[in-house]
Design a protein around this ligand. Structure first.
Ligand SMILES: *Cc1c(COP(=O)(O)O)cnc(C)c1O
Length: 370
């Protein structure tokens, strides 16, 4: 045997730990913004049939360009978001995490920077680290909205290759007015910067909240990313996508690993898109459940951030870890994330929400469930 004296890990990765929320097996799991509804029997049958239809050709590599899936995603956006997008302007990968990683591989790198607005998604610094890209943040307001002038000034000051606008934002649930997105797009264009609007939770937005998809025809530097993990209840399938100018898709195609999206993934993603009606009906149930939870928390004198997503950030706690632990002791797993005195809970079924509310009252010793 020959032994290494030391593992030759990249110097900037020394001491780093793998990302991940605790995967604890408890009755009520409300910690990673999953959709609580498993696929219907009909969809399960279609997923099985779709996997079966590609099974006999798994000796072959998949379609590198995922053409059929990209056309199905474009059709979904036309039917449900009423935007006309050419499939050449859509790109799919293993979760929108991989989409973002590919964007950073293509456009990031040494000497380049990404700008985000904190508190925001905890994966952004990791994509930047992996691609040797500098990550800088500016702060949101106390109510987690992003001030238009703060955002524009930050873009002019940092001149980032990519500005990240997360709408609805994770972990706060805050949606971004289109006027702010437009001001940032215009400011970024002054130095040929791109703007990613991460719309992982867009389907959960409240009535009257707009998607940035409508801005695509006016701004060549706009990239909208979406995922099937949340609204489509497909976190286990790993499918995310972006919509942008075709030149941006072509740039990403340079860095993507060949055959990155398996034949099985492509086929089962299309199977789920064919059930969009049924899946979005469940999203409506979750939106109503979310609004009811926000109201309930406020009625019980918690501080709650307005949410356009399938989770709610609430507080404020002197010792949030103690509350988190007391909930876990009662079989309810939520997330310790965001500013230190807040907690985040994902929206589950009505039964799960009732269990969460009961456990929270016990954990905080508040009286009077209505
Ligand atoms: C969940 C989430 C994603 C999507 O992740 P997938 O890789 O598609 O599962 C992207 N952005 C944000 C802000 C998220 O919370």
């Amino acid at each position: 045997m020959t032994f290494l004296r030391a593992l030759p890990l990249r110097a900037d990765l020394l001491g780093e730990i793998p990302y991940g929320a605790p995967q604890i097996d408890v009755p009520v799991r409300l910690n990673v913004n999953e959709n609580p509804y498993p696929p219907s029997d009909d969809l399960v049958a279609d997923i099985a049939a779709a996997a079966g239809s590609v099974a006999a050709s798994l000796n072959r590599y998949p379609d590198r360009e995922a053409a059929a899936l990209r056309a199905d995603l474009a059709a979904y956006l036309k039917n449900f978001e009423h935007v006309d997008v050419d499939p050449a302007c859509v790109w799919a990968a293993n979760g929108s995490n991989e989409v973002m990683h590919q964007l950073l591989q293509a456009f990031g790198g040494p000497g380049r920077g990404v700008l985000g607005f904190a508190p925001t998604y905890s994966m952004y610094p990791q994509y930047c680290r992996d691609t040797f890209t500098t990550y800088v943040t500016e702060q949101r307001e106390a109510d987690f909205r992003l001030d238009l002038q703060v955002a524009v000034d930050a873009v002019r000051r940092h001149r980032p290759v990519i500005t990240l606008l997360t709408s609805p934002n994770n972990p706060t649930g805050t949606a971004l007015p289109l006027a702010t997105a437009e001001a940032v797009l215009t400011a970024a264009a002054e130095h040929d910067g791109l703007v990613v609007v991460d719309e992982a939770y867009a389907e959960f937005r409240r009535q009257g909240t707009a998607s940035a998809l409508g801005l695509l025809s006016a701004y060549e530097n706009l990239i909208v990313t979406r995922t099937m993990s949340k609204a489509f209840a497909y976190a286990g399938a790993r499918v995310g996508y972006l919509v942008a100018d075709a030149s941006i898709v072509d740039a990403v195609r340079i860095v993507r690993l060949p055959y990155h999206l398996s034949s099985v993934t492509q086929a089962v993603a299309s199977a789920a898109l064919a059930h969009a009606d049924e899946l979005l009906a469940k999203v409506d149930t979750l939106r109503a459940e979310r609004d009811a939870l926000v109201e309930w928390l406020r009625a019980h004198e918690f501080t709650v951030a307005d949410s356009d997503a399938n989770f709610v950030l609430f507080g404020r706690f002197d010792d949030r870890h103690a509350i988190w632990q007391k909930l876990l002791d009662r079989g309810v797993l939520i997330r310790e994330t965001g500013p230190p005195d807040w907690l985040r809970v994902s929206i589950g079924t009505a039964i799960e929400m009732a269990a969460f509310q009961q456990a929270l009252l016990e954990a905080t010793k508040r009286e009077g469930v209505s």
